[in-house]
Design a protein. Sequence first.
Length: 240
Amino acid sequence: MDFSLVTIKIYIGNWLSSLAANWDYAQVILPSLLQGTVTTIQVFFITLLFSLPLGLPLALGSESRLLPIRWFCRFYVFVFRGTPLMLQLFFVYFIIPIYTGVMLDAMTSSMITFVLNYAAYLSEIYRGGINSIDRGQYEAAACLGLSKAQTVLGIVLPQMVRVVLPAVGNEMITLVKDTSLVYALGVTELLKASRSAVNRDGKLMAYLLAAVIYLILTFGLTKLQNYLERRFSRHEKRSE
C-alpha cells in the first residue's frame, strides 16, 4: 500500500514537472507563432478583400451572351480550379519572372496566387446562386421597366448573397488552412513557424499550439458565418 502511494506521488510529481516545463517552453515559442499568425491573417484578409469582388464579374461573364467573354471566364475558372494551388504558387513565383522579367517577392506572389485561385472558386459559387433565382423575377423586372443592370444589382444579387453565404463561409474556413501552403515559397506563416520550432528543439508542442491557433481562427469564422446566416434568415422571414 505504501509502495503504491509512493509510486502515485512520483507519477503525479513527474507529470506536474513536465506540465510546468511544457508551459515554460510554450511561452518561449509563442511569440514566433503569433508572428507567423499575423502573416497568416494578412494572406487571409488580402485574399478575402480582392477575391470576393473579383469572383462576381467572372460569374456574370461565365453566363454572358458574348462568346469571347464567356469562353475566357470559363477557361479561367477551369484552369484555376483544375490545377493544384501549390503549383500555381510555383508558377507565379518562379515561371512568370522568367518570361516577363518582373520579379515578385514571395509574399506578393502568394497573395496574387491566392486571390486568383479563390476568385475562380467563388465565381462558381456566385454563378450557382445567380442561377438559383427564379427566371420569373427577371421577367417581372422587365415588365416594370427595369434595365438588366438594375435587375441584377437590385433584385438578383441581394437574393444571391443569402443563397451563397454558407458556401462562401466554408471557402473562407478552407482559406485559413490553405494559407499554410505559402511556406513552400519561404514565407514564415503559422505552420512554418511551428515547423521551425519543432526542427530546432525536437519538441512537438509547437504543432499543438499551431493547431489551437488554427482552431481559434476557424471558430471565429464559424461564429461569424452563423451570425450572418441568422441575420439574412431574419430579413427573409420579415419579407414573407
